[in-house]
Design a protein around this ligand. Structure first.
Ligand SMILES: *Cc1c(COP(=O)(O)O)cnc(C)c1O
Length: 399
């Protein structure tokens, strides 16, 4: 079975787990900022904690935060749990990012922040977002924070400029399903040292040192992940997932789409061992991006254009965290491909405004029909480095 994703883990990551890693978080923050064109970076236990902390640290509460309707639900959870109300903007199906024609009308006098997401590794037109924000700031006479959600778009560029390297803050997530990992973890990047200091100070006042068992749980978790995705063991992993509640329970601990909820350790500081794994992954990340680009191009050239299938665009500067195809009958397609030993993913099978926790929020300006469409029809085809030429050809043949 070719798994739908696979973290890029090797010996270096495991050695890092058992080294002395005092000060690794600080080092990781520095190295991350350098790699992603920022003056500083501040690390957190999860991406969602990072966004939540940012809104708290800059005092955004009881306001509206504009965000795309089609994105990971934890972004909306972070907005809600920080005491704010998300305002959803529909996406465009050409690249799954927020439809910027709709952005100006979503902004009103209560808007204090905008989350611009670069989904699936596709850069959103950040110059245009910045112009819209600047105009709104002039109109309403107050600051509107621009947060670029780069959780899917490590290293993506818009007109040659790295996403997340302008505006107020870049948000990256580092769990094992992301382009690079720090076991879990999230990080904010800044262009303004004063703002970074302010957020770091807020973090240090409100986040706690994790309990003594947590590093061991994290080590165990990473080892388990490594084995779970081993090609000889993956079938067993799938069996455990389908036949037992074990893995389901574990995932639900961290992530529930339908309820506005954070994991119990969301206020822990990032661990030094997580940062140590992150530091190893930073070394690999240019290779990871490169491979993803190659595989996406290969798929684009080799996959047959089936009726009713809509293939993702090949866009300059994209980094393809996922290779997403819209298909007419998703379940049949997933089952058929599983029979051919290729596991397809359903990454975001919801439009956030339709989730139970958000049904009281009206999308007054527009009906988010494109987000609905994407949530009901997309599958993602395996795309990760470590995919040998032979495996890649197997996947292409199966499709
Ligand atoms: C994964 C993800 C996040 C944050 O994830 P955490 O699990 O909280 O680290 C934020 N935005 C997007 C688009 C994501 O995919």
């Amino acid at each position: 079975m070719i798994s739908r994703f696979k973290p890029q883990l090797g010996v270096q990551e495991f050695l890092a787990l058992f080294r002395r890693n005092t000060g690794a978080v600080k080092k990781f923050e520095h190295a991350f900022a350098k790699e992603f064109d920022a003056v500083d970076a501040v690390a957190f236990p999860y991406g969602r904690s990072a966004l939540w902390a940012f809104l708290n640290a800059v005092g955004v509460k009881n306001y509206e935060v504009v965000m795309p309707a089609y994105t990971c639900s934890v972004v909306a959870h972070a907005v809600s749990l920080s005491g704010n109300k998300p305002r959803f903007v529909d996406i465009q199906l050409s690249d799954y990012n927020m439809n910027l024609d709709l952005l100006p009308t979503a902004i009103n006098e209560n808007t204090r922040a905008i989350v611009a997401t670069h989904l699936f590794g596709y850069p959103s037109d950040i110059n245009r977002v910045e112009a819209i924000v600047a105009e709104a700031e002039a109109q309403y006479g107050h600051k509107i924070w621009l947060i670029q959600d780069c959780a899917h778009s490590f290293g993506a560029t818009w007109q040659g400029q790295l996403v997340g390297s302008s505006g107020d803050v870049g948000l990256y997530a580092l769990n094992i399903s992301k382009t690079m990992t720090a076991i879990f973890g999230g990080i904010l990047t800044f262009q303004d040292q004063k703002l970074a200091n302010k957020v770091r100070e807020w973090r240090d006042q409100h986040f706690c040192k994790p309990g003594i068992f947590k590093p061991w749980l994290r080590r165990l978790y990473l080892l388990a992940v490594y084995f779970a995705f081993n090609k000889y063991i993956y079938s067993l992993t799938k069996w455990l997932q389908h036949k037992t509640p074990l893995l389901d329970k574990l995932t639900k601990f961290y992530h529930l789409d339908g309820t506005i909820h954070f994991p119990p350790d969301y206020l822990d500081k990032m661990l030094d061992i997580e940062a140590a794994v992150g530091l190893e992954q930073l070394k690999k990340y240019p290779m990871i991006i490169n491979q993803r680009r190659k595989i996406a191009t290969r798929y684009d050239q080799c996959l047959p254009r089936k009726d009713g299938w809509i293939f993702p665009p090949i866009i300059k500067g994209a980094t393809y965290s996922h290779y997403v195809v819209r298909v007419p009958n998703r379940q049949a397609c997933i089952m058929h491909m599983a029979k051919n030993s290729v596991e397809l993913g359903e990454l975001i099978q919801y439009s956030v405004p339709n989730l139970p926790g958000y049904s009281n929020i009206v999308c007054d300006q527009d009906d988010c029909s494109r987000s609905d469409m994407a949530s009901g029809t997309t599958v993602n085809i395996p795309i990760y480095p470590g995919f040998s030429q032979k495996k890649l050809q197997e996947a292409i043949d199966a499709i």
